[in-house]
Design a protein around this ligand. Structure first.
Ligand code: HEC
Length: 151
């Protein structure tokens, strides 16, 4: 009985590999890119690019396990939902009002440890920010919020 269940699970898993989501096509970084426009200090740039950009840009990096169904669907869903809310690759096309609002949200998300998504930091341990790093990131988002509010 047990081995039958195990076999069924294995079969379903194997079959699931035939169904994969369409991954987000990698696009060239262009002049609308957040980091190109706002030029953060280098350590923030590196952090944003290697973490937030995984779900909030047209340059997500797919880990090897994103080729495995059903994880692949789950990851693709985060990337699509994340970039729908905020796409750093399209930053230049946002209005000043929208930019200010997104930065306000970003401060809150980081403050409450909601971004990067906890399901992401479980695997990407390097994405967890120390208190001082959190403050530096929030301060910088805040300064952009103010800049665009006064536009
Ligand atoms: C694993 C994917 C993932 C990562 C990594 C990630 N996000 Fe998100 N983000 C999402 C998803 C999905 C949403 C929308 C749902 C929600 O708010 O939980 C979102 C929502 C947001 C929002 C709210 C936008 C709005 O208008 O509602 C902000 C701001 C944000 N993320 C900023 C960040 C920042 C800054 C980082 C890096 C520190 C980051 N995110 C990392 C997936 C991610």
């Amino acid at each position: 009985m047990k081995s039958k269940i195990a076999l069924t699970v294995l079969l379903v898993f194997a079959l699931a590999q035939l169904f994969q989501p369409t991954q987000t096509e990698q696009q060239q970084v262009d002049e609308n890119d957040f980091l190109q426009i706002e030029k953060p200090p280098n350590e923030l740039k590196v952090y944003l690019e290697s973490n937030c950009y995984d779900c909030h840009s047209n340059q997500p990096k797919y880990p090897w396990y994103s080729e495995i169904s059903p994880v692949s669907w789950w990851i693709q869903d985060h990337i699509e939902e994340g970039s729908e809310h905020l796409n750093f690759s399209n930053w230049g096309s946002y209005s000043a009002k929208k930019k200010a609002h997104k930065m306000e949200e970003a401060v809150e998300e980081v403050e409450e440890d909601e971004m990067p998504l906890p399901s992401y930091t479980i695997i990407h341990r390097e994405a967890i920010l120390e208190e001082g790093e959190k403050i530096a990131l929030m301060d910088w988002f805040k300064s952009l919020q103010l800049k665009y509010e006064t536009h």
